[in-house]
Design a protein. Structure first.
Length: 488
């Protein structure tokens, strides 16, 4: 009897547990369904996010700065007329590759064909009279220049006249023809730029006018070579700069022009995060001369200089505290020669300002007007000498010519020829001592260890007597350099 009662109670408890589990499952299914409906409702009706106040303020600043400077940023279209030779007859000569071809050239001389090419760039108005600052390479050899102001329905196209150019700094000034009073950009002080500051680039990449990109100042660079042009000072930025941006302004968050966009480093032809701008202070240095004279009037010493490496410092006994720059050549009749400068001098001061690298001397002479007498301190034969030199105006030099008779110098990895000025480097073997030291094909070796080298025999003898350290004096195109080589 007791067993039956216990069994009935046990059955009731089992049924109660089953009912409880069933109710829990139903509740979970209901809750899951309601959550799903709720999340679905939130997904279809996104809510507007309110960013922190500093973010809104920064965004407003970018917008305001861009709107303020846009009227002063212009698009520049430059048309060039290029000539190329073409045969006077349009069919292939039946005598091609035959001696008769030369004979028929006297009766059918080559003709000149002309074609037009167009480049697009940017610029910034710096004077209400219509003076526009841009890059020299944007309008280089241009026969016709058009300047577009505004965009959309507000676009106006003007004729531009090239007022002045300075290939050395890659800066040019254009004058917009017309009597209008033009909007002007505010020029800042690029000497105050700090790495990490905001940078805003505005221009016409690929002809897309008034394109704004934002980044930061990535670095400040010196002596950068880009597309066969050498720049003494550049601002590096990651603000997108593309073809067509050249000549446009790089501005700070206060709306001041801090640089003129000039180029990019790229393996693909497109922007990869490394862009450059010429510091606006560099442009300011030449603006007055370009507007007034059409060119930059610079002081000139008439010498070739190079940086002093540790090896060269040892060869010339230059102390670490007074490194300076090495005079590798003095042009005949130049202000430097007249003032007493000699090849092998180490310039350590220019008008009482310390000279530590070639760019220091280039800037110092460039800022000094021709005709002024300057004080130049040099180290010569372990002694300091003070020279008084009257600066002249800049000029160029001429290239050398070569002559035959080869010899191989296996120890250095060089193949040489006799030359009217010394010996010509015909070939430099890959991985050789000469290649690692910086000797290049086309170099003319004039001296070894300060002794003249007139031919290959002199060269071989000088190398044998040199021991482990060899000091080469080399002419390279219009330049001249010293190269120190240590033999293992």
């Amino acid at each position: 009897m007791l067993f039956i009662i216990f069994e009935r109670r046990n059955v009731r408890m089992v049924n109660f547990k089953k009912l409880t589990i069933f109710l829990i499952i139903c509740s979970l299914l209901f809750l899951g369904s309601s959550c799903k409906m709720k999340s679905k409702k939130e997904w279809t009706t996104p809510q507007r996010i309110t960013p922190p106040t500093p973010v809104i303020d920064l965004q407003s600043t970018f917008v305001q700065v861009s709107e303020n400077i846009k009227p002063a940023v212009v698009n520049i279209s430059a048309t060039r007329i290029e000539k190329s030779r073409a045969l006077s007859f349009k069919f292939r000569s039946p005598f091609s590759g035959d001696p008769l071809e030369e004979f028929f050239k006297h009766f059918f001389p080559p003709e000149w064909e002309t074609r037009k090419s167009r480049s697009v760039g940017s610029g910034v108005i710096i004077d209400s009279r219509g003076y526009v600052l841009t890059n020299y390479h944007v309008i280089e050899r241009a026969k016709d220049v058009q300047v577009t102001i505004g965009d959309g329905r507000e676009r106006k196209i003007y004729k531009g006249v090239v007022v002045g150019t300075d290939p050395r700094t890659d800066i040019s000034v254009i004058k917009i023809e017309g009597q209008n009073k033009f909007p002007v950009a505010l020029l800042g002080n690029s000497d105050k730029i700090k790495v990490g500051e905001w940078a805003i680039a505005i221009g016409s990449p690929f002809g897309l006018e008034h394109t704004v990109t934002v980044g930061v100042i990535s670095a400040k660079r010196q002596n950068v070579s880009i597309e066969n042009r050498n720049y003494e000072d550049l601002i590096q930025t990651d603000a997108s700069i593309n073809p067509g941006n050249s000549g446009g302004p790089l501005i700070n968050i206060y709306g001041e022009v801090m640089g003129i966009n000039v180029a990019i480093f790229t393996p693909t032809g497109g922007f990869v995060g490394v862009g450059f701008a010429i510091p606006i202070n560099k442009a300011k240095e030449v603006l007055a001369d370009l507007i007034k004279h059409g060119k930059v009037v610079r002081g000139y010493l008439g010498i070739k200089i190079q940086e002093i490496t540790q090896e060269l410092a040892k060869s010339f006994n230059v102390p670490e505290s007074k490194r300076g720059v090495l005079v590798s050549d003095v042009l005949p009749g130049s202000p430097g020669e007249k003032g007493g400068l000699k090849r092998g001098d180490v310039i350590i001061q220019f008008n009482e300002k310390d000279i530590k690298e070639p760019a220091d001397l280039q800037r110092a002479t460039g800022k000094t007007p021709p005709g002024l007498t300057v004080h130049v301190k040099v180290i010569r034969a372990n002694k300091e000498i003070l020279l008084r030199i009257k600066l002249g105006s800049a000029s160029g030099g001429e290239e050398s010519r070569e002559s035959p008779q080869e010899a191989k110098i296996s120890r250095l990895g060089l193949i040489l020829q006799n030359h009217s000025e010394g010996v010509l480097v015909v070939k430099v073997e890959d991985g050789s001592i000469a290649q690692n030291a910086g000797i290049m094909e086309g170099d003319i070796i004039v001296e070894i260890n300060k002794q003249a080298v007139r031919n290959v025999s002199d060269f071989e003898k000088a190398v044998r007597l040199s021991g482990k350290n060899i000091l080469f004096f080399i002419k390279r195109g219009n330049a001249a350099v010293y190269i120190a080589v240590r033999l293992e």
